[in-house]
Every structure is written in structure tokens, then in C-alpha cells.
Design a protein around this ligand. Structure first.
Ligand SMILES: [Zn+2]
Ligand SMILES: [Zn+2]
Length: 403
């Protein structure tokens, strides 16, 4: 028997319903903010992710589903969504137009990680990317939108924010940090030691407790921002204050992806393990340029669908549509004809086998139909159907023409 691959799973019934419910709500809210749907290929040139996500990141160095296709091309299944959307934005030459563009997407992402609870090798994200807007108002608006999505889904969250600076204030800070890290090098973990040389900012979010206690006295970028970054960050916090969106400034909130600058944020949930991230994002003003487009400011986010699946408050399943069945074999085709006519505007479940009353009523319960519609010997002879409203419990016999 062939099973799904390790770290991959099928979505059916309740889970599939939850998945669709989340996407429907998130997409409806994104549309209200002016986002249009974009679909990009799952398979891209490996170079795209090496350049955008960064060679030194764990995602690129350890976790990519990378292979050579039959034409000898080095390709990769997308490990995240932003790079492909940015590539599509540039491919369509939208970077050469003065119009601001906003896209939302959802779909599967692939990372070859050790599968564990809540971490699949094929997982799903819903995300938005806004291009051409440099104003911090857009960062605030995006955070508001995510908060609205989580509220609509009935999910509680804590918001963490930070500023990652810009090409003016980040490099001198990075030098200061490297200097500090070299002093405490001996006591830092192996990963951190490797990162001092490759991606020192990532040392800040090391999960090792010893490292974290050593980092308490590290220089903070938030205290060393240039005037522009500082003004923007203060603006963002005052906008959040005015909108009554609670947040915590977390100076260790850095992104694993190299192209983020200025605003970085993360939504975490306390309901699934310790402070698990359920959404993350921020500004990435340099990425379009890195990928050979015209310099275009951008800001975006992604929500991890599997992370929030269990947290969603689904509305109660209401009884809907019809269950139709025949109690004599001669009535089956009559039932099918009525079902097809009713399907123009109703959900209809049809039982093809003719059965007794009790057996049909079990089918009605299972299908969660609002109305049971049955045709027996008498109804067939009289050109009528028997209907029961499963909510009011009212029963009636009506002619087929009156249906
Ligand atoms: Zn700056
Ligand atoms: Zn460490």
C-alpha cells in the first residue's frame, strides 16, 4: 500500500473544511484592503531562493527540496512564498510602472525538515505582498489587516515588533554586534559561533538559554537607529497605540530571511505550546532590487495555516439543502430528475438505491440536509413528493410542479 510521504498529509473532511474556511476569511479581508489574487509556480529556479532567502539561511542550506530536472536545470520547490511573488512582479515588469501593486496568495510550501508536531514538510501559507509603498502607514495597515483576520477567525494573539534598520544604520550596528559577540564567543553555542561569520544578526534569536542570557547585554539596534528609521518606528508604535492593538517590542525579533529591513513583526499564540509564531512579516525594501528589478519598497507577511488550524473557531454546521431518495425502484429516476433541477440553486444529496423510510432518515441525518424529500409508491402514482423540514419538523406532501 502506498502511503503519503513523510511529513506530508492529506486534508479531508473537517480539516479540509477548516482549511477552506481560513482561506476564505483571509482572502475576503485581504480584498477589502485592495489585494488581488496571485498564483505563482511551486517550482522555481534554485537561484531565486539562494539569492532572496540567502545562502547562509537554514532554509537554503539544509531544507530545500532541490533537484535537477530532466533538462538539467537546477530547480527547487518553493520553501516560502515571497520570493516567487517578487519574481513574478519583476517578470511582469510591474517594477517599471508607477502603480502600487498588492497581491495575496496561498498554497503549499516545502521544507525538508525533520517532521515533528506542527512542522510538516509540505505546509501551507496565506500571504500578502504590497509593492511600491514606502510609508510606515502601510506597515501599520498590514498589521491591522492580520489582526482583523485573526479576530475574524476567533484566534487570540500577541504581537511582537522590532525595527531591523536600513542600509545606513544596520551595517555599523552589525559591526558593533560582531565586536560584542567575539568577546563572548567561547560561551556561545556552536550555531552562534558559525553565525558570527555568516549572519551575526541571527545570533540574536538563538533558542539556547545560555546564549540568550549572554545576549541580554548585547547592543540593541533599536537604540542605534538612524533618524529616519527611528521616526518611522516611533510612528508605528503610536499608530498601534491609537488603534488599541497591543504589542511588545522584541529586540531579538530578527528574520531568518536576509532581505527584511525596518519593520519586522510576528504574531504569536500562547494556545499552541510556548509562544509559537502563527504569522510573521515586515518590510523588505531591498528584495526587488536584489532580484534585478527596479528599486521598489515592499512590505508583506505570511500566516502559517497548519499553525492556526486547531485554533480556529468554526461556525456551527447549519442544516442545508436536500436529501432525496426513492422508496420504490420505479421512483429512482424521478428522484434523480428532481435532484438535478434543484441543484441549480441548492445543495442536494441523492441516494440512488431505493430503501425503506427508516434507512433513508439515517441518510438524512448523515447528510445534514435541511429537507428530506422522499418518493414512495403513493407519491409516484399521484405525481407528488413527501417533504420534511428537519428544523421545524413539519411534514407535507406537495405536487412535483409546486416544488
Ligand atoms: Zn536606518
Ligand atoms: Zn546560540
Amino acid at each position: 500500500m502506498i502511503k503519503p510521504l513523510r511529513g506530508m498529509k492529506d486534508l479531508t473532511f473537517e480539516e479540509a473544511a477548516r482549511f477552506n474556511y481560513i482561506i476564505d476569511i483571509a482572502a475576503a479581508i485581504a480584498k477589502r484592503y485592495g489585494y488581488g489574487y496571485i498564483e505563482t509556480p511551486i517550482l522555481e529556479e534554485t537561484a531565486l531562493f539562494k539569492r532572496s532567502v540567502g545562502d547562509s539561511s537554514d532554509i537554503v542550506s539544509k531544507e530545500m527540496y532541490q533537484f535537477e530536472d530532466k533538462g538539467g536545470n537546477d530547480v527547487c520547490m518553493r520553501p516560502e512564498g515571497t520570493a516567487g511573488v517578487v519574481r513574478a512582479f519583476i517578470s511582469a515588469k510591474l517594477d517599471r510602472q508607477p502603480v502600487k501593486q498588492k497581491f495575496y496568495y496561498y498554497g503549499p510550501m516545502f521544507r525538508y525538515e525533520r517532521p515533528q508536531k506542527g512542522r510538516l514538510r509540505e505546509f501551507h501559507q496565506f500571504g500578502c505582498e504590497s509593492f511600491g509603498e514606502a510609508s510606515v502607514y502601510e506597515d501599520f495597515t498590514i498589521i491591522t489587516m492580520i489582526a482583523q483576520i485573526f479576530e475574524a477567525l476567533g484566534i487570540g494573539f500577541n504581537l511582537k515588533i522590532n525595527s531591523l534598520g536600513c542600509p545606513e544604520c544596520m551595517p555599523p550596528y552589525r559591526n558593533n554586534l560582531v565586536h560584542f559577540l567575539k568577546e563572548i564567543k567561547e560561551e556561545l553555542c556552536e550555531d552562534c559561533n558559525r553565525r558570527i561569520g555568516t549572519n551575526p544578526i541571527r545570533v540574536l534569536d538563538c533558542k539556547n538559554e545560555t546564549c540568550q542570557s549572554l545576549l541580554k547585554h548585547s547592543p540593541k539596534l533599536i537604540d542605534n537607529l538612524c533618524d529616519t528609521c527611528d521616526t518611522d518606528f516611533r510612528k508605528l508604535t503610536s499608530l498601534l497605540d491609537d488603534a488599541n492593538i497591543a504589542y511588545e517590542v522584541d529586540t531579538n525579533l530578527v528574520r531568518g530571511l536576509d532581505y527584511y529591513n525596518k519593520t519586522a513583526f510576528e504574531f504569536v499564540s500562547n494556545e499552541i505550546g510556548a509562544q509559537s509564531a502563527i504569522a510573521g512579516g515586515g518590510r523588505y525594501d531591498k528584495l526587488v532590487e536584489y532580484l534585478d528589478g527596479k528599486p521598489t519598497p515592499a512590505v508583506g507577511f505570511a500566516i502559517g495555516i497548519e499553525r492556526i488550524m486547531e485554533l480556529v473557531n468554526m461556525p456551527e454546521n447549519t442544516k442545508e439543502g436536500y436529501y432525496m431518495g426513492a422508496m420504490v425502484p420505479e421512483a429512482v429516476e424521478k428522484v434523480i430528475a428532481i435532484a438535478n433541477a434543484k441543484r441549480k440553486s441548492n445543495k442536494v444529496t441523492v441516494e440512488y438505491a431505493s430503501k425503506g423510510f427508516k434507512s433513508h432518515m439515517k441518510g438524512v441525518d448523515k447528510s445534514n440536509a435541511r429537507y428530506a424529500l422522499l418518493i414512495g409508491e403513493d407519491e409516484l402514482a399521484n405525481g407528488t413528493v413527501w417533504i420534511k423540514d428537519m428544523e421545524s419538523k413539519e411534514e407535507m406532501t406537495v405536487t412535483i410542479d409546486d416544488l
